[in-house]
Design a binder for this molecule. Structure first.
Ligand SMILES: Cc1cc2nc3c(=O)[nH]c(=O)nc-3n(C[C@H](O)[C@H](O)[C@H](O)COP(=O)(O)OP(=O)(O)OC[C@H]3O[C@@H](n4cnc5c(N)ncnc54)[C@H](O)[C@@H]3O)c2cc1C
Length: 299
C-alpha cells in the first residue's frame, strides 16, 4: 500500500517547525528517521494531513557532555549513539542499548527522539531513559517544558507529548562512577526485545550505594522495579558477581530477591508469550544484568 495523500514540509529552523506544528495540529506528524512513521503511513494506520520533516533543523543533532550528564539532541541517529567515542566512554550503557536496536540499516536512520516518542513498550531507549531518570525537553510555539522520562509514558505508543510539541533534547544523568548494563532477550538477534532490563548502580567502597533498575516489555510502558532496586542496594559488588558463577545461582539470596521483584510485574499475556513466560525471561535478564553490572569497570 501507499500512504494517504499528505502535505510535506521541511523547515530549516526550529521556529519554522514549531510554526508548522502549531498551524497543522492535530492532523500533523513529525518525521525524524521515518523508521516507524513511514511504515505506519504506508499501511494507513496513520494518515496525517501534514508531515513535518525535522532533519534540516540545525542544532537538533548536538551531543553535549557536562560534569554529570549527557545531553543528546532529538535527531541524533541511533547508529551515532552506538559508535560515538565520547558517548562510549562517558555513558557506555547508552551505546550498548543503541547497538541492540533493530538492524544497522534501521539504526542508521532511526533517531533517539523518534524512538522515545514512538513509545513502544519494549523498545530499548525508552527503557533506558526511564531507568536512568532522563529528562525530556519539549518545545512548542507556546514555550518549553521538561518532563521526566518516568512520567512521559502513558500507555503503549502513547506519551505525555502535547499537540504542537517537539521533543528537542534528552538529558541523561551520568554521574561519575555510574556502572550500568543493558540486557535483553529477543526471539532473534536485533528483534524488538521480549524483555529488556537496564541496571545502573553507584558503588561506595565495594558496596552498592544506590541502584536503578528498569524493564521494558513487561507492561504497557517501561517500568522501574523498586523491589529489585532495594534488593541490590547495600549488597557487596562481589555478591552481584556471584549468582552467575555459583553452582546453584537460583538459590542465592540476591537472585531470590530479584526473582521476587520480577514476580511483582504484570506483563502482557499475548500471542508472543504468556505473562508467566515473560516473568521467567525477566528473572533471567535481571540476573544477567546484575552479574554484568558488577563486571563493568568504574570510570
Ligand atoms: C525492521 C525494524 C526493526 C526494528 N527493531 C527495533 C528494535 O529492536 N528496537 C527499537 O526500539 N525499535 C526498533 N524498530 C523501530 C525503530 O527503531 C523506530 O522506528 C525508531 O526508533 C523511531 O525513530 P525514527 O527516528 O525512525 O522515528 P519516526 O519513525 O520518524 O517517528 C516515530 C514517531 O515519533 C514521532 N517523532 C519523531 N521524532 C519526534 C520528535 N523529535 N518530537 C516529537 N515527535 C517525534 C513521529 O511523529 C512518530 O509518531 C524497528 C523498526 C523496523 C522497521
Amino acid at each position: 500500500m501507499k500512504p494517504a495523500p499528505f502535505r510535506y514540509r521541511r523547515p530549516d529552523s526550529l521556529a519554522g517547525v514549531l510554526g508548522e506544528l502549531a498551524d497543522a495540529e492535530p492532523d500533523v506528524a513529525v518525521l525524524a528517521g521515518g523508521q516507524s512513521l513511514v511504515r505506519l503511513m504506508n499501511v494507513r494506520a496513520v494518515r496525517p494531513a501534514v508531515v513535518v520533516d525535522i532533519n534540516r533543523v540545525p542544532g537538533l543533532d548536538d551531543i553535549t557532555l557536562t560534569a554529570d550528564a549527557v545531553r543528546v539532541g532529538a535527531t541524533v541517529r541511533v547508529a551515532r549513539l552506538e559508535r560515538e567515542p565520547a558517548l562510549r566512554d562517558r555513558l557506555p550503557v547508552l551505546s550498548e542499548a543503541a547497538a541492540l536496536v533493530g538492524h544497522p540499516q534501521i539504526r542508521s536512520r532511526a533517531t533517539i527522539g523518534g524512538s522515545l516518542c514512538h513509545a513502544d513498550p519494549a523498545a530499548e531507549l525508552p527503557t533506558l531513559a526511564v531507568t536512568l531518570d532522563a529528562r525530556l525537553r519539549l518545545r512548542s510555539a507556546a514555550g518549553e517544558r521538561v518532563v521526566p522520562a518516568t512520567s512521559f509514558y502513558r500507555s503503549p505508543w502513547t506519551t505525555d507529548r502535547r499537540p504542537g510539541e517537539l521533543l528537542t533534547e534528552i538529558e541523561i544523568p551520568a554521574p561519575p562512577g555510574l556502572l550500568a548494563r543493558f540486557v535483553e532477550i529477543s526471539r532473534r538477534t536485533n528483534d524488538l526485545p521480549l524483555v529488556g532490563v537496564c541496571v545502573a548502580i553507584l558503588v561506595d567502597e565495594g558496596v552498592v550505594a544506590s541502584a536503578r533498575v528498569g524493564a521494558g516489555g513487561v507492561g504497557p510502558t517501561p517500568v522501574r522495579l523498586p523491589a529489585a532496586e532495594r534488593a541490590l542496594t547495600g549488597r557487596a559488588l562481589t555478591e552481584l558477581a556471584g549468582p552467575a558463577s555459583s553452582r546453584r545461582p537460583d538459590e542465592s539470596p540476591l537472585y531470590r530477591a530479584l526473582a521476587a521483584a520480577a514476580d511483582e510485574t504484570d506483563p502482557p499475556d499475548d500471542a508472543v508469550g504468556t505473562a508467566a513466560f515473560r516473568r521467567a525471561l525477566l528473572r533471567s535478564a535481571l540476573r544477567r544484568a546484575a552479574t554484568g553490572v558488577a563486571a563493568v569497570e568504574a570510570r
